[in-house]
Design a binder for this molecule. Structure first.
Ligand code: GDP
Length: 213
């Protein structure tokens, strides 16, 4: 397994992504055969309410892009966004919906897990964890599962602005330790305040080599 996102992207890529990734909604699919042709992909996963849609919107610098992933009929699908340069961002269904029946939940879980395990183009999984509440048992199960299948992933802690500045150093240490990572391996972001977004955009660009010739 590759380590999480500690390295800093080159300055040129970092700058070119600062205004927002050029994300365009492509399509929603319910099995792997329908996925668009893609050179490289990043997947975004997290439990419902972790801030996944807000982050996808913020990465694109748009307010409503990821609304599509929340429209009825699409919440259980893999929602694909063109990143440019032949790369795709795949917004995976939120896990842990209390309202879903057990059978429905396992159907979309199986689909997402199959995608994460079998897609050769998948370069990196952004595993979102709520920075305010820390990793839930479900999040830790998911991280164990990713590790167990040697799937490259980076832990992204959301809602940085919701953590009081006085407790941030301790919270950073605690959240990383709970995820069995070093503090510097967790990327902290705030979709609301913009914290960490340029860095994450640069990392995404690096992972899918958007600027590659
Ligand atoms: P999703 O279900 O994972 O797609 O989560 P959403 O993006 O819909 O966010 C869930 C809730 O968290 C919403 O009320 C958002 O406004 C809130 N939220 C998401 N990101 C942030 C953030 O960076 N800061 C704050 N303060 N709230 C956030």
């Amino acid at each position: 397994m590759r380590p999480a996102a500690a390295s800093k992207p080159p300055a040129s890529k970092h700058r070119s992504m600062a205004a927002g990734l050029t994300l365009q909604f492509l399509l929603s699919v319910d099995h792997l055969g329908q996925l668009p042709d893609s050179r490289a992909e990043v997947a975004v996963i997290g439990r419902s309410n972790v801030g996944k849609s807000s982050l996808v919107n913020a990465l694109a610098g748009r307010r409503d892009l990821a609304r599509v992933s929340k429209t009825p009929g699409r919440t259980q699908l893999l929602n694909c966004f063109d990143l440019g340069g032949g790369a795709t961002l795949v917004d995976c269904p939120g896990y842990g919906y209390a309202v879903a029946s057990k059978s429905a939940r396992s159907a979309w879980q199986a689909r997402t897990e199959q995608y994460l395990r079998e897609r050769p183009q998948l370069a990196m999984v952004l595993a979102l964890v709520d920075g305010e509440v820390g990793p839930t048992p479900l999040d830790l199960d998911m991280l164990d599962w990713l590790r167990g299948h040697a799937i490259a992933h980076a832990v992204i802690a959301t809602k940085h602005d919701k953590v009081a500045s006085s407790v941030r150093p301790r919270r950073r240490r605690e959240l990383a330790a709970a995820c069995r990572l070093a503090g510097s391996d967790v990327v902290w972001v705030s979709a609301a305040k913009g914290t960490g977004l340029d860095r994450l955009r640069g990392l995404v660009a690096l992972w899918v080599a958007i600027d590659a010739d």
